[in-house]
Design a binder for this molecule. Structure first.
Ligand SMILES: Cc1ncc(COP(=O)(O)O)c(C=O)c1O
Length: 372
């Protein structure tokens, strides 16, 4: 039950008939929900923010405690150490790495750097908003390209819209909120060819969850010297969302342009955590296994309820409820389960994160009651 029905899709997106107008995402509409749903942990099953509740691993907790010894020191030297380790891991030079406060800071710094004097950014819609909303604050125009009927990036349309005004093309791969990936045989050619005309940003926050080991990262293009930036994070598979550490990988001249716009950078404890997390392969594999187990459970619940969903390459699943998401959020909150915020124009779809099995069972039971 993972194919999107074309008629439903057209109806949902408002593309039926000749009215090809999709309501743009408005960051202020969204923040009104984020406040509620991301409230501090309150005993609810928090399945709203694509976190990894198994982290930090024990080894990382021990490393953080050790890091306190250097809590009185500025982290410059330690950031350099993390840059060196990341450069080695990714096969680039240290001056091609920018360590940031979560990848959000890298997304925003890029949005500021390339959005500040106006100009156009092409993006899929819906997608992850950090870079886009921030660039918009500084005058950029976001040219939003609706996802296709499989809820994947519409590559042809995105390419068609690149013009003289385009400063950047944003791809989110895998995409949030849909969990889709750009087909393996298309992604590299698409990014390479567009990078000859403009800058391409590939948000790979969920890259670790892609099961196909042959699936390429756009870091390969950075290594070729292409006009491409990639973001990665320690928030997801490594389970460090609360510590705020992520990074950008780009050509030295591009990294040099963005670096002055990074403000928070990161902190000593987060660097200790990240360095240890990279070594803790057991936890990394454990997290991936738990994620697969969680996804299998959620798929089962959705199958039982006969709800359509998109096959996910991430730690969340996007499914079609057929009822307004605001209503579902309230009903599920009432049963102690936090689900994802609305993603207009897909306003009767729901994004649910994987998590601990107890929490997923609470989700399953609550959803069955609510949908009954
Ligand atoms: C696609 C995507 N990119 C980036 C981020 C930002 O994560 P962080 O700032 O924690 O690295 C998220 C967070 O959910 C995301 O979904």
């Amino acid at each position: 039950m993972n194919q999107i029905n074309r008629r439903n899709w057209l109806r949902l997106t408002g593309l039926a008939g000749s009215a090809a107008i999709v309501a743009p995402l408005k960051s202020n509409t969204i923040s009104q929900y984020v406040g509620d749903i991301n409230s501090p942990v309150n005993g609810s099953a928090r399945l709203s923010s694509n976190e990894n509740p198994f982290g930090p691993s024990q080894r990382v907790r021990d490393a953080i405690i050790k890091g306190f010894e250097e809590g009185c020191r500025y982290p410059f030297g330690k950031v350099r150490e993390l840059m060196d380790v990341l450069a080695k891991k990714e096969g680039v030079e240290p001056n091609q790495i920018i360590v940031t406060g979560g990848s959000t800071e890298g997304l925003k710094a890029t949005g500021l750097t390339y959005g500040v004097h106006g100009g156009e950014i092409i993006s899929p819609d819906p997608t992850y908003l950090s870079l886009l909303s921030y660039a918009e604050q500084f005058g950029a125009y976001i040219n939003r390209v609706p996802l296709n009927e499989k809820l994947e990036h519409d590559l042809d349309e995105m390419e068609k819209r690149v013009g003289n005004q385009t400063r950047l093309v944003f791809v989110c791969n895998p995409n949030n909120p849909t969990g889709t990936i750009i087909p393996k045989d298309k992604i590299t050619d698409f990014c390479r060819s567009l990078s000859r005309r403009t800058l391409v940003f590939s948000d790979e926050a969920y890259g670790d969850f892609i099961v196909d080991k042959e699936y390429p990262s756009m870091i390969d293009l950075v290594k070729e010297g292409a006009n491409v930036i990639v973001s990665r994070t320690f928030s997801k598979v490594y389970g460090l969302a609360g510590l705020r550490v992520g990074y950008l990988i780009a050509r030295p001249d591009i990294a040099g342009r963005i670096r002055p716009n990074v403000m928070a950078n990161t902190n000593m404890l987060a660097i200790y955590a990240a360095l240890e997390a990279l070594n803790d392969q057991d936890f990394y594999r454990f997290s991936l296994d738990k994620n697969e187990e969680g996804k299998a459970y959620i798929y089962n619940v959705l199958d039982e309820l006969g709800l359509e969903y998109v096959k996910s390459h991430t730690n969340f699943i996007f499914f079609h409820t057929g009822r307004p998401i605001q209503d579902l959020i309230s009903q599920m909150n009432g049963k102690g389960v936090n689900i994802g915020r609305p993603f207009p124009p897909l306003s009767d779809w729901c994004r649910i994160s994987t998590g601990k099995m107890d929490d997923l069972h609470r989700f399953g039971e609550a959803l069955k009651q609510v949908m009954a």
